[in-house]
Design a protein around this ligand. Structure first.
Ligand SMILES: *Cc1c(COP(=O)(O)O)cnc(C)c1O
Length: 413
């Protein structure tokens, strides 16, 4: 029998939600593999390479590979006042809408939004310290997943790294001495987001650094807005540990802070530079700004998040809603799944934030490793495997996905 033509094979799987050229690709692959009957399988495989929803059952709230902070967002196909001043009718700035809200939230004089925190740090260094020295503690020359290494970022931005102090202890006098020799343009303090140095340690607080008369830049990373967590009815949760916040870091004397918006801020991927207006202005006017500026989609989503904070509505920020769900509620949801064994678990914030801090959680445990089968579900469920058991942690699952999780488990066991 002659193999079917590529076109007729592609037409036979047209119920799969892919445009015809991609169905043709799948049909062609199946035929060239000598298995025309696998065209449907190939098309489904192809579909699964597209960006799409996944259920995060890992217990890692800000899972970088699963898109960090989840949030709902919609935007009509309409023009916006992105760079239009409604008052004067003249050109406006895309940097005013949400940046103003961030200032309101953090007490910063000025702020600018860029594509991520790496871009924020790079822009600050390029705009304020090109060809000049930047003093960083040896304890803070960190790598934050995905290749963000402080010494490399420094080199790329044209600033000269001056290492200060030792790995475990760096004192104000070390910074002072470095500044006297190298005339530092900036003192950069980097929050060691994803690891912790303990034991015989000493770091210099922002408040002391601010006395040296050199602009202090603090790369906070995680973007906790305010120590008090005023958007939570229960106030600051214990699992935040000593995590520093933007508002208080600025109050302590930082001239600029940088942070990610898709970590503890719970918004879309973007980054912020906030602080002294002359320094923010220098960043905004730097030629790199155009290369790292976000589009209206991101700014709009970020604005929704910022407005939720201002309404003190932590529940409207999915990251905080998930992080704050009582364990009792997670236990009832686990029972209601009616599959596997209900277990207590420990969730973490992840995304290179709060190392060592755990959030009590709950979920279900299934004997054996069924992670592959769960990933194969129509809406893939991503779970954790430990000691030959699969753990589905419900803290990171939106309750509206519970039935999908139950179905995926039921068809995997
Ligand atoms: C996460 C992090 C970064 C990188 O942020 P992205 O938004 O992922 O680019 C930089 N610095 C610190 C301290 C971080 O925690």
């Amino acid at each position: 029998m002659r193999p079917p033509s590529v076109d007729s094979l592609a037409r036979s799987i047209s119920d799969i939600d892919l445009p015809p050229p991609l169905l043709v690709d799948a049909a062609r692959t199946a035929i060239s593999n000598g298995k025309p009957g696998s065209a449907r399988e190939e098309a489904v495989k192809l579909r699964r390479t597209l960006l799409g929803p996944a259920i995060n059952a890992t217990g890692v709230l800000l899972h970088t590979n699963l898109g960090r902070a989840p949030f709902a967002y919609s935007q009509p196909a309409k023009a916006t006042n992105l760079e239009f001043d409604l008052d004067t009718g003249a050109r406006g700035s895309r940097n005013h809408h949400v940046a103003n809200l961030i200032c309101r939230l953090t007490g910063a004089e000025a702020a600018v939004v860029v594509n991520n925190c790496s871009a924020a740090v790079t822009l600050v260094l390029a705009a304020l310290a090109r060809d000049r020295a930047v003093a960083v503690s040896r304890g803070e020359l960190v790598e934050i997943g995905g290749g963000f290494r402080v010494p490399d970022v420094m080199a790329e931005s044209g600033a000269r790294l001056v290492e200060v102090g030792t790995t475990n202890r760096t004192r104000l006098d070390d910074y002072r001495a470095a500044h006297q020799v190298h005339e530092a343009a900036l003192l950069l303090k980097v929050h060691p987001s994803n690891y912790r140095i303990s034991g015989f340690t000493e770091e210099t607080p922002v408040k002391s650094l601010a006395t040296l008369g050199v602009p202090v830049v603090v790369d906070l990373g995680s973007g906790l807005i305010d120590e008090a967590c005023f958007w939570l009815r229960e106030g600051r949760p214990p699992w935040l540990g000593e995590e520093p916040a933007v508002k208080q870091t600025l109050e302590a004397g930082a001239d600029l802070v940088t942070f990610s918006c898709d970590k503890l801020f719970g918004g879309p991927q973007s980054g912020v530079i906030a602080g002294r207006s002359d320094l923010v202005e220098a960043c905004v006017n730097h030629p790199l700004m155009r290369a790292v500026r976000p589009g209206a989609l991101v700014l709009n989503a970020l604005q929704q998040t910022a407005l939720a904070y201002l309404r003190r509505d932590g529940d409207a920020v999915p990251f905080w809603r998930m992080a704050q769900t009582p364990v009792s509620e997670l236990l009832s949801r686990a029972e209601a799944l009616s599959v596997g064994r209900t277990v207590h678990t420990m969730a973490i914030t992840g995304g290179g934030s709060l190392p060592g801090e755990q959030i009590p959680s709950a979920g279900v445990e299934i004997g054996g490793d069924i992670s592959r089968l769960l990933r194969d579900a129509d809406t893939p469920v991503i779970a954790r495997v430990r000691d030959n058991a699969t753990i589905i942690d419900l803290r990171t699952v939106d309750p509206s996905d519970d039935s999908l999780v139950a179905d995926a488990i039921a068809s995997s066991i």
